[in-house]
Design a protein around this ligand. Structure first.
Ligand code: 6GU
Length: 249
């Protein structure tokens, strides 16, 4: 997959996209990443990319002529152009899966107070990574890139296929354990040491349901659930109301 980013701060991407899984994806040819400096598209002597807003008010606005010139150095390209902005649709696993189906993405990082409104006609999508304001779109772009690239076939081993992820299954994952078997008096649950694969799978499903029920109950409305799942949830609900009656919750 090819990902191009238009940014005023290309150096911000160096560490995050060279290390760990993103670095591995690039070495293995699963990610062809390039950051392009928007300032290279500036034309005046001062290489200015932004200006004060018409009508007054504070802050600086990225210029539409500079942004489109930067974009057109990458085009024509059959690729979605995604503007990172707190006004975009909120990023999710579903959006990551959708973006992962493209061969190429172009991400544009907004900065300062925002971009000239007329630039919106040149983008196909606008994404935010949550309801808080960052100083620029770069960190958001890196979040999107990480979530999309880790879905590329061949990056994760078959054992940790992305299909088992929280949000792919619609549930949070249950607890995980590794050595040591006992730590400061706390042991690993016996079932995990039993070698009974079917029982372990049943236990894991139950734990995932419990954790989701406790922490993100709204996910249960849309997660695909079996009859056995529904029965387990009924069990938790009864347990919980008993605890409440006993004044423990
Ligand atoms: Cl995409 N950009 C900025 N500046 N702030 C954000 C964001 C994006 N997503 C959440 N906050």
């Amino acid at each position: 997959m090819q990902i191009d980013v238009l940014t005023l701060f290309p150096a911000m991407f160096e560490g995050p996209l060279s290390d760990s899984m993103m670095g591995a994806a690039r070495l293995r040819g699963l990610l062809d990443f390039q950051a392009h400096d928007i300032r290279n598209a500036a034309e005046d002597a001062h290489r200015s990319v932004d200006d004060t807003p018409y009508g007054g008010g504070g802050g600086m606005i990225l210029r539409v002529d500079v942004l489109t010139r930067a974009l057109e150095t990458l085009q024509p390209a059959e690729a979605p152009v995604i503007l990172l902005t707190p006004q975009g649709r909120t990023f999710s696993h579903q959006i990551a899966s959708e973006l992962a189906t493209h061969d190429r993405l172009i991400l544009v990082c907004g900065h300062y107070e925002g971009v000239d409104e007329r630039f919106r006609h040149y983008v196909s999508d606008e994404i935010s990574i949550g309801d808080y304001v960052l100083t620029g779109g770069e960190l958001a772009a890196m979040v999107v890139i990480d979530a999309v690239v880790r879905l590329q076939p061949g990056l994760l081993g078959a054992e940790h296929a992305a299909t088992q992820d929280s949000f792919a299954t619609g549930l949070l994952e249950g607890p995980h354990y590794t050595r040591p078997r006992e730590f400061r008096g706390e042991s690993v649950p016996d079932v995990l040491l039993s070698g009974h694969h079917a029982e372990i799978e049943r236990w894991r499903r139950k734990q995932a349901l419990r954790r989701t029920w406790e922490r993100r109950p709204e996910l249960l409305k849309t997660a695909p659930l079996s009859e056995e799942d529904a029965r387990l949830l009924g069990e938790f609900a009864r347990e919980w109301s008993l605890l409440r009656l006993a004044g423990e919750r």
